[in-house]
Design a protein around this ligand. Structure first.
Ligand code: DX5
Ligand code: ZN
Length: 223
């Protein structure tokens, strides 16, 4: 068993966008802990998804935590809009701007939890001097931009090093990309306590299928 209960955060990127509100409601009922929102700008990453108006439109479909992953640059001019749209956690990429400390302070000043995400190639020492401004570290286990990519196993070692770096600070370690029952166990053993999953959750259709998929990840994570 891991020390902290693992949270599962389905990424709606893998859901049916034509029924987005229903999908959010269904996956929440199926056992999701958080709803992971992948915001892409076609500039920081080679894909475009959705922004604050879409997030606002689904906010009343569940009271689960909205976990917003910003893959945009610059992020700072849009932080207030994502806070207003109903995001509870706002995560920026360390690679997306020169003033990470300022971005994190801005998010907390908006009354939201502040996260930083690291691409697979980004070393963990970029967070060394912002540990006191952080509520969450989101480690990418794929190159951001698309769902359904293959998990990059070398990041597991980085999870271990970050776990040691944060010590007993109340900072969540979240993993994003290619998460499945096949790797959930090694990720939580290394220190992760939140797992994002897109294609592994939105497989099949409807509450029963999603519940089965979430349970399979959770069992492997807590096993
Ligand atoms: C990738 C996104 C991920 C993605 C995960 O840029 O940040 O959240 O949707 O999808 P899977 O679980 O399919 O890799
Ligand atoms: Zn994500």
């Amino acid at each position: 068993m891991t020390a902290r209960n693992t949270l599962i955060a389905p990424s709606i990127l893998a859901s049916d966008f034509s029924r987005l509100g229903d999908e959010v409601e269904t996956v929440a009922k199926a056992g999701a802990d958080w709803i992971h929102l992948d915001v892409m700008d076609g500039h920081f990453v080679p894909n475009i998804t959705f922004g604050p108006p879409v997030i606002k439109s689904i906010r009343d479909r569940t009271d689960k935590v909205f976990d917003c992953h910003l893959m945009i640059t610059p992020a700072d001019p849009y932080l207030a809009a994502f806070a207003d749209a109903g995001c509870d956690i706002i995560t920026v990429h360390a690679e997306a701007g020169p003033h990470l400390h300022r971005s994190l302070q801005t998010i907390r000043n908006l009354g939201k939890k502040a996260g930083v995400s690291l691409n697979p190639s980004t070393p963990e020492n970029v967070i060394e001097y912002v540990l006191d401004e952080l509520d969450l570290v989101l480690l990418m286990t794929v190159n951001p931009g698309f769902g359904g990519q293959a998990f990059i196993p070398s990041v597991v070692e980085k999870v271990r090093r970050i776990k040691a770096m944060i010590g007993d600070r109340p900072i969540d370690i979240e993993i994003d990309g290619g998460v499945s029952p096949a790797n959930a166990g090694e990720l939580t053993a290394a220190g992760a306590n939140v797992l994002v999953a897109g294609s592994a959750v939105f497989k099949g259709e409807g509450e029963e299928a999603y519940a089965k998929n979430i349970a399979a990840i959770r069992n492997s994570a807590n096993g």
